[in-house]
Design a protein around this ligand. Structure first.
Ligand code: DLL
Length: 437
């Protein structure tokens, strides 16, 4: 990126690498000491391993520290991993997960400032400034998406429209009437907004909106093309998770070649999910994150279950922050059909290479005659709906060929009418598992 265009981008994105590593080490030592002194479970795990905070002398020594997992948050529900008294905690968020109690996270006032800072850096990197009007259509509430994005928009001095999710017609009206130039929401919800706008006779490409900050769920390059072309915008992938802070752990820059991790705040490692061994940069595995400056609930070596790799080559944008590849899957999203491992994101990637299909689909897993199988329901778009049977059959064949060649399994495909698959407002649900267990 030309330096003249980065005046609004936080200087922390461009620190010299040597200084950055020193800063990371100092912050790591500090947070490890803080967690050791205030989180009984962390201290117990350190003692089990015979490790003390002063053993962390270099960044590599992070490998001495124990891992933490979602189950640790569940087991210590609600506040067991907090490292400050409640009087210092100014906000709580929670994430529901699939079963039982939610996991709860807390923030001090300083933690919120760090969160607003990283979100501000994310939005600035996408070219948003105080002259922009940004609609936040992630859910507000216990979910971190809404308030996290909100604070970031305010941090850069842009105008925030706190729309939250739902009432899609009104969202479209606000986008148009307020002259909104940027939006933060899930990619699946933005697809829905484009559809609703079209149905109301509004062509989003003619509106001022030019930037979308999309995350909270995996999305493919094919989805990117549909969102960018459908609304005439530039789409940025943003990653984060409640346990670490919320949105704003990593984000794409204008080069769109991976997501820069805000490494001065979050330390990334990639491990082999089966052995826990740290993998060299460049290899795919499970992302492990350590919060370097979050005090209400420090997270040390948190196993995210998200699969990616660290990209070490310097980015053309000039940021010194290392990048991760877009998160294409979570290790616990994977399903095994007749011995073959399949990720929903593989199916989306293959499906959206086919022209004439909408990006609305549902994967249904069933058991027939004792065998597990995959049914894929795909909505056809209005244009294909009126096609001749012969054309629909050809489309069907193209989809089957594209998907089967990627996953290496036979699938059952059902083309369904436009708008017959339920739209989600938050994270899209893409898989229904009806298998006999
Ligand atoms: O989804 C935080 C967030 C809000 C991120 C808004 C980005 C935008 P959780 O509900 O705790 O927090 O879910 C975190 O969502 O471990 C990933 O599996 C997935 N995820 C988040 N962002 C992405 C992304 C928020 N850009 C979990 N690509 C994470 C793929 C993502 N998966």
């Amino acid at each position: 990126m030309d330096l003249a265009t980065i005046d609004n981008v936080c200087a922390s994105d461009f620190l010299g690498v040597e200084y950055l590593r020193e800063l990371q080490l100092a912050r790591l030592q500090n947070i490890v000491r803080h967690a050791y002194e205030h989180v009984p479970l962390f201290r117990a795990r350190m003692e089990e391993r015979g490790v003390r905070p002063e053993h962390v002398k270099t960044l590599r020594d992070i490998a001495l520290l124990p891992f933490f997992k979602k189950v640790d948050l569940r087991d210590t529900y609600p506040f067991g991993l907090f490292a400050v008294p409640m009087s210092e905690v100014v906000r709580l968020h929670a994430s529901s997960g699939t079963t039982g109690k939610p996991i709860v996270v807390g923030y001090t006032r300083e933690d919120l400032a760090v969160w607003a800072e990283v979100m501000g850096r994310a939005l600035s990197g996408a070219g948003l400034t105080k002259n922009d009007i940004v609609q936040v259509a992630y859910g507000y509430g216990l979910f971190t998406g809404g308030l996290g994005a909100h604070d970031g928009v305010e941090a850069i001095g842009a105008t925030v429209v706190p729309a939250s999710v739902g009432n899609t017609q009104r969202q479209v009206m606000l986008l148009r009437d307020f002259g909104v130039t940027g939006i933060c929401c899930t990619p699946s919800y933005f697809l829905h907004l484009i559809e609703q706008a079209n149905a109301a006779g509004i062509d989003m490409r003619e509106l001022p909106i030019r930037v979308g900050i999309f995350g909270a769920e995996p999305w493919s390059q094919g989805m990117r093309a549909r969102l960018e072309q459908g609304a005439g915008i530039e789409a940025f992938d943003i990653y984060g998770l409640s346990e670490i802070i919320g949105p704003g752990v990593a984000v794409e820059c204008v080069k769109h070649e991976g997501l820069h991790v805000f490494e001065d705040r979050f330390y990334p490692e990639i491990i082999d999910p089966d052995t826990g061994e740290v993998l060299p940069d460049g290899e795919f595995g499970e992302l492990v994150l350590t919060t370097l400056s979050k005090f209400a609930m420090p997270m040390i070596r948190y196993r995210t279950r998200d699969l990616t790799r660290i990209i070490t080559e310097p980015c053309k944008c000039g940021r010194t922050l290392r990048r991760i590849d877009r998160i294409s899957a979570r290790s616990d999203d994977m399903f095994i059909i007749r011995g073959v491992n399949v990720f929903p994101s593989q199916i989306e990637s293959a499906l959206l290479t086919v022209e004439g299909v909408s990006a609305n689909y549902m994967i249904i897993l069933t058991t027939e005659n004792g065998m597990d199988s995959i049914e894929l329901d795909v909505e056809i778009n209005e244009a294909s709906f009126s096609d001749q049977v012969r054309e629909l059959e050809a489309l069907q064949k193209r989809i089957i060929a594209a998907v089967e060649s990627v996953i290496g399994l036979r699938i059952k495909l059902k083309l369904v009418a436009p708008r017959s698959i339920a739209r989600s407002e938050g994270k899209a649900k893409r898989v229904i598992d009806n298998r006999v267990k």
